[in-house]
Design a protein around this ligand. Structure first.
Ligand SMILES: Cc1cc2nc3c(=O)[nH]c(=O)nc-3n(C[C@H](O)[C@H](O)[C@H](O)COP(=O)(O)OP(=O)(O)OC[C@H]3O[C@@H](n4cnc5c(N)ncnc54)[C@H](O)[C@@H]3O)c2cc1C
Length: 375
């Protein structure tokens, strides 16, 4: 039997694993503008110690049987995707597709966008040197990414004052309910200044200060020569909107049915940050999508007629309920907060053993059959 063609659009936390898990039984093409996947959780550590973790894995190292097309999907139709590459445009046909194009931050430093590993290594090294030499740092955004970066900066560069500015009235407002207070107390005990309910208006989005001053909406002026923009994740779904505007919500999220498929398109699945399900936009959530989609695509791949295949529905992991409670927040190399289905824990040894020591890099490498500690 001919192997079914699967196109995975976006090789991030969800897409790289779907491509990996199905490449033995389907003819897999992965579309991504980069040549590698970088574990996003590693970024807070990489900023303070760029070579501590082997966080980047080239697609060819773990997808020997798949085709990687380096480029951006610009349009999708029922059975093909159009990709813009450095050689022009290519139309790639499929029986099944997965849309897993994720999200991007205001500052591309926060989630890898550089095309090659070498360019990304250089980008992080420049940021690292800037942070190391800073007189005062302002971190903008008190969600999980901003809090983790702030904690790493304090731990590694204890002499550099750090201020965390957040627009909401508490840090981590979407995290498990005890995390905001625990994280605030922890960071303050480590000497971080926290400013809530305020916004940075100067420098402009994504830019660095030119005169050592940071202006806030309230009129307050902070003295700092370096900022880290850790705010503003937006879904990357323009190519879906171009094809089917009615299937993309105003916030950019894609209308997803109860089998993790694009509404009205039973051969196109949707995974990770781009789905419009009532879930946290997290890698842990993406990993649940991967399990469900891989299982259903395995069933579909083995049948000549998709109509005969019974798919398993997906139960969203609603924050605060069951598996939706899962979250580990690091507060430096040896500290952190954990939320598990049975409760929230302040004991640092759980976060340390599960995440803080290597930011999940070892686990992700192992899952792909790669050496967990070196490239
Ligand atoms: C610094 C940081 C720390 C984090 N820590 C945690 C954590 O501790 N725990 C947790 O659960 N979550 C964490 N997250 C969130 C987590 O990383 C995201 O939820 C996750 O990456 C989403 O996975 P995804 O596959 O949907 O998208 P992404 O991982 O964003 O991947 C999307 C991929 O699609 C590609 N792409 C984009 N547009 C196109 C296009 N048009 N054509 C082709 N390819 C395209 C991109 O190049 C990228 O490779 C963190 C995020 C960051 C930035």
């Amino acid at each position: 039997m001919n192997r079914k063609k699967l196109v995975v659009v976006g090789g991030g936390a969800a897409g790289h694993k779907i491509a990996h898990d199905l490449s033995a039984i389907m003819e897999v093409t992965l579309i991504d503008p980069k040549t590698y996947w970088e574990v996003p959780m590693a970024l807070p550590r990489l900023l303070v110690q760029p070579d501590e973790l082997p966080a980047r894995m080239t697609f060819k190292s773990f997808l020997p049987d798949a085709r990687h097309v380096q480029g951006y999907a610009t349009r999708i139709a029922n059975n093909s995707v159009i990709v813009e590459t450095s050689n022009g445009s290519e139309t790639i046909p499929f029986d099944y597709a997965v849309i897993s194009t994720g999200s991007r931050y205001i500052d591309p430093l926060i989630k890898a966008e550089k095309a090659t590993e070498l360019e990304r290594i250089a980008e992080i090294e420049v940021a690292h040197q800037r942070l190391k030499a800073a007189r005062r740092i302002v971190v903008i955004g008190g969600g999980p990414v901003g809090v983790e970066i702030t904690a790493e900066l304090r731990e590694t560069f204890p002499k550099i004052p750090v201020t965390l500015v957040h627009a909401a009235d508490r840090l981590l407002e979407n995290a498990p309910d005890k995390f905001p207070e625990w994280a605030k107390k922890d960071l303050e005990s480590k000497g971080v200044t926290i400013i809530l309910k305020d916004l940075v208006v100067e420098p402009k989005l994504g830019e660095q200060p030119v005169d050592g001053k940071i202006k806030l909406k309230s009129g307050r002026v902070l003295d700092a020569d370096t900022v880290v923009w850790a705010a503003g994740a937006k879904p990357l779904t323009d190519f879906v909107k171009t094809s089917w505007p009615e299937l993309v919500e105003a916030n950019g999220l894609i209308k997803t049915d109860s089998y993790l498929r694009l509404e009205q398109h039973p051969n196109i699945f949707v995974a990770g940050d781009v789905t419009n399900l009532p879930e946290g936009r997290l890698a842990i959530t993406a990993s649940f999508h991967v399990v469900s989609i891989v299982e259903n695509l395995k069933a579909l791949a083995s049948k000549s007629f998709a109509k005969d295949t019974k798919l398993k529905p997906y139960a969203p992991k609603v924050p605060g309920k069951g598996l939706g409670k899962l979250m580990i927040l690091t507060l430096g190399r040896n500290d952190g907060l954990s939320s598990l289905p049975f409760g929230q824990l302040r004991f640092s040894f759980i976060a340390r053993n599960m995440k803080s020591q290597n930011m999940f890099v070892g686990k992700y490498r192992k899952d792909l059959g790669l050496n967990p500690t070196k490239t």
